[in-house]
Write a protein that binds this ligand. Structure first.
Ligand SMILES: Cc1cc2nc3c(=O)[nH]c(=O)nc-3n(C[C@H](O)[C@H](O)[C@H](O)COP(=O)(O)OP(=O)(O)OC[C@H]3O[C@@H](n4cnc5c(N)ncnc54)[C@H](O)[C@@H]3O)c2cc1C
Length: 378
């Protein structure tokens, strides 16, 4: 089903149309093969970049698309409905541009942002470590001060775009405790930086997720973003925006699963009628539709608060929680609607269900979202 979107401007409608066109022509024909072969779709990113779709929520003066977050997220939802791995990677790229945009000095922005937002490069966000996922403050990768900057040693894990990105937002320890973490912009190809082989994941197989090893990597002072010790604050404020991206991706996955289920239910017959006409199944589809629309409404509410300059951190956690739990339920139910066929790789819900699962885990597990929400209530 083509989602009939409420959008604020004609320009936004044009962007959605442009996105759908790229999805039809560039992504749909190759998604199955690339996911199967675990092949990175560099051409897809090149085309999204050339169309200006990799930097939509950032100001025009730095090369961005100047779009409200509510528009960017709906574009992201459209992309993710066709190819979740690409949607996630676009969201992570946008997340990786945020620290420089929000915390860089005017000189740093002038120097780095045009290339980061120019559409020809992609970024990565490197917070997690083997022993520090939910508990990000437990990270140990160390950035030691030297005369002309820092020397970095340690291990990072779970880097979306690892080994592919042109730059990495690195969070490393410059002191003790949660106020002893700093943020750095690491260019690809620096001496001493290496990557593990891609993780063998349940889904999102076309975009690599890797470990990274920093072996006495030298970074000049100008590559530190924000003040020394401000890293965790930067990381968390970037994640408020990033979580909305994941909520939009999850909504796209759920919408795709609903569409597959409805199309199948209108064709398949049992007991002399279409299965959609059995009330038991029709009600299942109705609940799926309600979950998708609730997910969309929840992320849009948070995005509109962000666009209005209002606090939105709790709303972002609510949106991530609601949309990703909806995606898991709706994709699982879509498999159910397809019966035995749903359990095979010949039909799309099988992949959508595998893709939905990760949205409940990364950028803060849904237990962590509940923690954020409950703390905001206390
Ligand atoms: C495909 C993929 C891509 C990723 N991409 C990135 C990336 O680009 N950059 C990046 O930095 N990281 C990335 N991550 C890492 C991801 O953010 C972490 O895996 C996630 O935050 C969970 O951390 P963990 O795996 O260490 O689990 P843990 O923190 O060990 O948690 C294990 C379980 O315990 C629960 N738990 C932990 N603490 C609490 C608590 N206080 N209360 C209740 N329950 C709790 C968790 O919810 C979870 O269920 C990615 C992960 C995956 C799988």
């Amino acid at each position: 089903m083509t989602v009939n979107r409420l959008l604020p401007t004609d320009e936004a409608h044009a962007l959605i149309e442009l996105t759908r066109d790229i999805c039809d022509k560039v992504m749909d024909p190759i998604v199955d093969e690339y996911e199967k072969q675990e092949k990175y779709p560099a051409d897809v990113f090149a085309q999204l970049g050339a169309a200006g779709l990799l930097s939509l929520p950032y100001p025009e003066e730095w090369g961005g698309g100047d779009q409200p977050y509510e528009v960017y997220l709906q574009v992201l939802e459209e992309i993710a409905a066709r190819w979740a791995a690409v949607g996630v990677a676009v969201s992570v790229h946008s997340l990786a541009c945020y620290p420089m945009f929000a915390f860089g000095t005017p000189e740093q922005r002038e120097r780095f942002l045009p290339e980061m937002l120019g559409g020809q490069t992609v970024g990565a966000y490197s917070l997690s470590e083997p022993q520090a996922g939910s508990d990000a403050a437990a990270l140990v990768c160390r950035a030691s001060r030297v005369d002309d900057g820092y020397r970095i040693t340690g291990e990072k894990s779970w880097i979306t775009h690892g080994g592919i990105a042109n730059y990495y937002n690195l969070f490393a320890r410059t002191g003790d405790g949660s106020k002893g973490i700093s943020c750095f912009l690491v260019p690809d190809g620096v001496d001493g930086l290496s990557f593990g082989r891609p993780e063998e994941k349940m889904g999102l197989t076309a975009v690599p997720t890797t470990t990274a090893r920093y072996d006495d990597v030298h970074l000049p002072e100008e590559r530190r973003i924000g003040a020394e010790g401000q890293g965790l604050q930067i990381a968390f404020s970037a994640l408020d925006s990033g979580r909305l991206g994941i909520a939009a991706v999850a909504t796209g996955i759920a919408q795709a699963a609903l569409d597959e289920a409805v199309a199948y239910a209108k064709e398949r017959e049992t007991f002399g009628r279409k299965i959609i006409d059995h009330q038991g199944l029709g009600f299942l589809l109705a609940d799926m539709a309600a979950a998708v629309e609730s997910a969309r409404a929840t992320y849009l509410d948070a995005a509109r608060r962000r666009d209005a300059g209002l606090p939105y951190s709790r709303n972002a956690s609510v949106a991530k929680l609601i949309a990703t739990d909806a995606a898991m339920k709706v994709t699982t139910d879509a498999v159910q609607v397809l019966g035995g066929n749903g359990y095979t790789r010949d039909f799309r819900p099988e992949r959508l269900m595998r893709e939905a699962k990760i949205t409940q885990i990364f950028e803060g597990t849904n237990q962590i979202q509940r923690l954020v929400i409950s703390r905001s209530l206390a």
